[in-house]
Design a protein. Sequence first.
Length: 255
Amino acid sequence: MVEIKTEENLTAMREAGRIVARALAAARELAAPGVPAAALDRAAREVLDGAGASSPFLGYHPDWAPVPFPGVVCVSVNDALVHGIPDGTVLRDGDLVSVDCGARLRGWVGDAAISFTVGRARPEDTRLIGAAEEALAAGIEAAVVGNRIGDIAHAVGTVCRKAGYGVPDGFGGHGIGREMHEDPGVPNEGRPGRGMRLRHGMVLAIEPMLVGGGGDGHYTARDGWTIRTLDGSRAAHAEHTVAVTDAGPRILTAL
């Protein structure tokens, strides 16, 4: 079931979204060679705690996971596509890092992700991150009243494939609101003109995930959470929570 949000609901989600944006900015600012991934989680926790928000990530335990998620952010490094556990892994110069964060404030949730390089960036990583951001922008542009879910999926996938990157099957965006994951699903590849029609008041988390080596294969690491690229190539992830409105897409997780 898809809940249509009122203007009051969207305002509340925007407040949660701003907290997500600040938490991501804090994590990115702290990231440097020699810093453990767990420190990025602590920085994000401080932002959430200071704003009176809770984390929809912390303690999240879907059926397929062996244990509840232990952090308020996912920190995925290099060949980790998504769901990386923020543990003692020490960041190194040139690492490609993706940080995914959510916040719940007064019953409403925001969710977003960024990718960046620690220290000196490799040109190929810069291109990969740029393509993820371009794919996200294309997906947001397609999130207009009257379009369909397939139009968003097609917009995202077209950018990814044109750039030569892989698009892992089974991973994509989702509806969001009172819960982190709601209907409808938002694939990162699909046919235009297909799927649910977009209406004013729908809110979607749009999140391209790109594999630098061009393949779509992936596997779950031993920790039961981290998803890694099958070919060992680096990955990038970009995400915003976006409201579909009569005035056009409204990004709720921007600073």
